[in-house]
Design a binder for this molecule. Structure first.
Ligand code: SF4
Ligand code: SF4
Length: 344
């Protein structure tokens, strides 16, 4: 079945591709582990658990792995893989393939495929961060509420990305070992933005060796600076959940009103610099994809009322970090929210 119109997923969100452009080198580097590679070990749920499969071909972060690396230009081959996995493991499940509206080649191929495959529906969305989030897509496609941090499987939804589909197909349908994955490497702290095919079990230290700019103090994030995790231990190894590594130079000053003074939003780490106060602009409230009021949390926090902050639906926060990203005072709103969520 085909949805004719592009779907509006949620309010808020931001087109990060338009505000933070990254140019990648098109050559995919091979990086091998110093030790025997580890194997892809995804535990496939049983068929009773899975009622719907959401395949997210809709990266909304410019540092994420693009579809052309994960799929090549072989959309039909990829859709055949989904079909074989579904037939073998989840024959009753309905499948939703979510694609960004600018991926015209994949959309056309998927829509053609869906004509003769009733089990599959094509869902086209605007590439707005964080509209590819499992909480947001589960609500938009299936009208199902999933709490942040909750496994979507508890609601019968198997949520997969392109690389995981290919790895499941190779390991569970073709019965071959999967011991590597594509990773996007980018950021102001690197000499070059590039893609790499990395053996599982390779350390981050080895991946970044000779790639960091000399003389810069950097912060390193796995799976993005907004939703991912900052890492300090570079001996940490790559597993199959890693899609990108972002290395940002740690700036020591803040940029005053970045969206007003420049034609492009700057992504800064703002480690140091003066603390500014809230200017009541409401940018954070307007951008929040799940209708929260981050400024309210900030003001409660400043008054030492973390418990009060939790009263205003804080549990719904999907920790996308957009509020911190747009705040002109560069208040670390997500950091404050995470602190407020902790028990007193
Ligand atoms: S309050 Fe939570 S969900 Fe809303 S923008 Fe901030 S981090 Fe994202
Ligand atoms: S974006 Fe920042 S300055 Fe504006 S209302 Fe929110 S916390 Fe205050």
């Amino acid at each position: 079945m085909i949805k004719k119109k592009q779907n509006r997923v949620s309010k808020g969100g931001v087109n990060l591709f338009g505000t933070y452009t990254i140019h990648f080198c098109n050559i995919v580097e091979e990086i091998s582990s110093d030790n025997p590679p580890e194997l892809f070990n995804f535990a496939l749920p049983n068929k009773q658990q899975v009622k719907n499969i959401i395949v997210a071909l809709c990266p909304t972060e410019p540092w994420a792995l693009p579809n052309w690396v994960a799929l090549g230009h072989k959309t039909k081959v990829f859709l055949d893989k989904i079909k074989e996995i579904k037939t073998a493991h989840f024959p009753e499940a309905k499948c939703f393939v979510v694609i960004n509206n600018n991926e015209t080649e994949h959309i056309a191929a998927a829509k053609e495929y869906a004509v003769t495959n009733e089990w599959m529906e094509v869902f086209v969305i605007e590439a707005k961060y964080p509209h590819d989030d499992p909480v947001v897509l589960s609500k938009a496609i299936l009208n199902t509420e999933v709490n942040f941090g909750q496994d979507t499987l508890s609601q019968g939804i198997l949520f997969l990305d392109a690389q995981t589909i290919s790895a499941i197909h190779k390991s569970r349908v073709l019965n071959k070992n999967v011991d590597s994955r594509f990773i996007a490497l980018s950021g102001t702290g690197l000499k070059e933005n590039e893609f790499a095919n990395v053996q599982l079990g390779t350390s981050i230290e080895k991946i970044l060796k000779n790639r960091l700019k000399e003389s810069s103090h950097c912060r390193v994030f796995v799976n993005g600076p907004l939703r991912g995790k900052e890492i300090k231990d570079f001996t940490q190894k790559i597993d199959w959940t890693v899609n990108n590594i972002v290395v940002l130079e740690a700036l020591d000053k803040k940029v005053m009103f970045p969206m007003i003074n420049t034609d492009r939003l700057h992504f800064t780490t703002n480690l140091l610099g003066e603390l500014r106060t809230c200017v009541y602009c409401n940018f954070c409230d307007d951008i929040c994809p799940v209708d929260l009021e981050p400024a309210l949390y900030y003001h409660c926090y400043k008054r030492g009322e973390k418990q009060k902050a939790r009263l205003y639906n804080m549990g719904k926060c999907i920790e996308c970090g957009l509020c911190s990203f747009v705040c002109p005072s560069k208040i670390e709103l997500l950091g404050i929210i995470k602190e407020c969520k902790l028990p007193d």
